[in-house]
Design a protein around this ligand. Structure first.
Ligand SMILES: C[S@@+](CC[C@H](N)C(=O)[O-])C[C@H]1O[C@@H](n2cnc3c(N)ncnc32)[C@H](O)[C@@H]1O
Ligand SMILES: [Zn+2]
Length: 336
């Protein structure tokens, strides 16, 4: 099967295993990879976030520790990304604080060079631990997610020569620069910290407990970050209204029985504006963005809204269907 986009098509989501699909893509055909791979922390006890990764490593390398299995599995797909990216093409990959060291080493072992480690600060999340007797627990409250920025090494001597030859190798810092409504004349170099407001915040009025609001209160004018709002229900479900609604369960210990079912019940949906910013930063104008773990398709939504082409790979047919519905919706309505 050819995975290339047919003439006239701007995007495509293919159902299947990334490790089987990536080898069918041509060398040097992708401008950037923006993805949110499994974190290997057993989200919702899903097979794809645990056993599938360990099974793959076991099959190819025998018995190894879970951490090493995640690294070896990452190396397998990172090596393919290295081949199908243009020289200088960037990779953006979200990680979890507990396993990002293995993700980073796996990307490096696959031949990519590590360029930076971004931090997406979303304010206090839900601790993934139940309370134990005597005031004890096993985890802290999550406040941020790391994002690895890597790159296929350049093939022309200088960055400028590489950009001239392939269009890739540099970051679009001007397009991704930071401007605030309060001081529109000031253009700031994009930092490697992105912060999210709480979904309860309103323009210029932060809700109690919002991490961004807290930073501003402690250090007024600290607006050197990118501010992006967390995913609201409307954003998550838009375009999926015709699909069946199902219960969202993030973690077995944090089921909220009163929560209403959702048309997009994917457990790890990313904010569209965050994906747009990362795509705008790393992908040349009209370039092809690949997401080898596309989930409910947020990278694809970001790509069509940023005028880039998109190829998404996703193993679960239900998620693939949701991704197609969401991308088609946002392509039609554009910027709201
Ligand atoms: C962390 S989620 C991505 C969520 C996405 N960023 C979104 O906003 O909806 C990772 C996705 O990778 C998929 N996945 C895991 N292993 C895979 C594989 N080997 N091939 C293809 N997809 C895979 C899972 O089904 C899951 O939907
Ligand atoms: Zn806020």
């Amino acid at each position: 099967m050819s995975l290339e986009l047919e003439a006239g098509r701007r995007w495509r989501v293919v159902t299947g295993d990334t490790l089987e699909l990536l080898p069918t893509l041509p060398d040097g055909s992708v401008d950037a990879v923006v993805c949110d791979p499994p974190y290997a922390i057993g989200i919702e006890n899903r097979h794809w976030d645990g056993a599938a990764i360990r099974d793959h490593a076991c099959q190819h390398h025998g018995q190894v520790s879970p951490g090493r299995a995640f690294e070896l599995w990452t190396t397998a797909w990172a090596g393919e990304l290295h081949r199908i990216l243009k020289p200088g093409g960037h990779v953006v990959a979200f990680g979890a604080t507990r396993t990002v060291h293995r993700l980073t080493c796996g990307l490096e072992e696959g031949g990519l060079e590590i360029r930076d480690m971004l931090m997406w600060m979303f304010g206090p999340g839900i601790p993934k631990s139940r309370r134990l007797p005597h005031g004890q627990a096993t985890t802290l409250k999550p406040f941020y997610e790391p994002i690895v920025l890597a790159r296929r090494p350049l093939d022309a001597g200088s960055t400028t020569a590489n950009v001239e030859r392939h269009g890739t190798g540099a970051l679009n810092v001007e397009a991704a620069s930071i401007r605030h409504a309060d001081e529109p004349e000031v253009v700031r170099w994009p930092p490697h910290v992105v912060a999210s407001h709480s979904t309860r915040c309103r323009p210029r009025r932060c809700a109690a407990g919002c991490g961004v609001g807290e930073v501003e209160r402690q250090r007024p004018g600290a607006s050197r970050f990118m501010y992006i709002t967390k995913v609201r229900r409307r954003e998550r479900d838009a375009g999926c209204e015709h699909l069946p609604a199902r219960q969202l369960r993030h973690f077995p210990t944090t089921i909220n029985a009163t929560q209403r079912p959702r048309h997009n019940p994917h457990p790890t949906v990313k904010p569209i504006d965050l994906m747009r910013w990362l795509i705008g930063l790393t992908t040349p104008a009209d370039g092809l963005v690949l997401d080898p773990f596309c989930g409910s398709g947020t990278t694809g939504v970001g790509a069509v809204l940023e005028g880039r082409r998109f190829l998404g790979l996703e193993r679960e047919p239900d998620y693939g269907q949701i991704a197609r519905a969401r991308i088609a919706h946002w392509e039609q309505v554009g910027d709201e």
